[in-house]
Ligand binder design. Structure first.
Ligand SMILES: Cc1cc2nc3c(=O)[nH]c(=O)nc-3n(C[C@H](O)[C@H](O)[C@H](O)COP(=O)(O)O)c2cc1C
Length: 185
């Protein structure tokens, strides 16, 4: 099995991290892999924010905690009810991928996030793809967060990737769903 296939197959979502920070050269490579994801009509409708400011990360977590506990969406409530709730899963770095609202921006940002997750794996780093980090950033009363993150006007945070050195003991993986592939030859 080649290394690319191995990294795709062995990537897992990591939700517990060591405190050691990701090396800048690794981070640059990871972001570069995001920037080289496929995009519809080559639009690159995104902005990447590399977040390593723990104080700001904690402030966002605190607002998310409040908003998610009051949410009518059950899985958000359940996430915020966890005793060690942290929007960044305790990772020292998060890369926020924001989209420009164009038709395929969400798909393109997803491609970038997955590329970065596989790149992180190939560099010996853990990562966690995240969608539930953004209630605070989307809330009209918390525009200051978007400003502090330097997300350009017209862009909306869609996904984030937590990145760091894994401190997790992984459980066995969910089996793949049956009958989800057919071949027509
Ligand atoms: C669009 C998307 C959003 C996700 N959001 C979260 C999240 O907010 N928090 C989290 O811990 N994991 C999140 N995940 C990770 C999934 O839970 C995870 O990929 C799934 O359980 C399969 O596990 P694996 O990544 O280890 O294969 C998200 C994954 C995707 C693709």
């Amino acid at each position: 099995m080649n290394e690319t296939i191995k990294n795709i197959l062995e990537r897992r979502s990591i939700r517990s991290y060591k405190t050691a920070q990701v090396k800048d050269e690794d981070l640059e490579l990871i972001v570069r892999c995001g920037l080289y994801a496929a995009t519809a009509i080559g639009k690159q409708p995104w902005h990447f924010t590399v977040l390593q400011n723990r104080e700001l990360m904690d402030k966002i977590t605190a607002v998310n905690h409040k908003l998610m506990l009051n949410s009518s969406i059950e899985y958000l409530k359940a996430m915020a009810s966890q005793p060690d709730f942290d929007s960044w899963r305790g990772a020292p770095t998060a890369i926020i991928v924001s989209g420009d609202g164009s038709k395929f921006a969400t798909a393109d940002c997803a491609n970038a996030t997955q590329n970065m997750a596989v790149a992180a794996k190939s560099l010996g780093l853990g990562s966690c793809y995240m969608g539930a980090f953004s209630p605070a950033l989307l809330h009209p009363e918390h525009k200051d967060f978007v400003e502090a993150l330097g997300i350009p006007m017209g862009y909306t945070p869609i996904f984030a990737l937590a990145v760091g050195y894994s401190a997790e003991t992984l459980m066995s993986r969910a089996p793949r769903k049956e009958n989800s592939v057919n071949y027509v030859r």
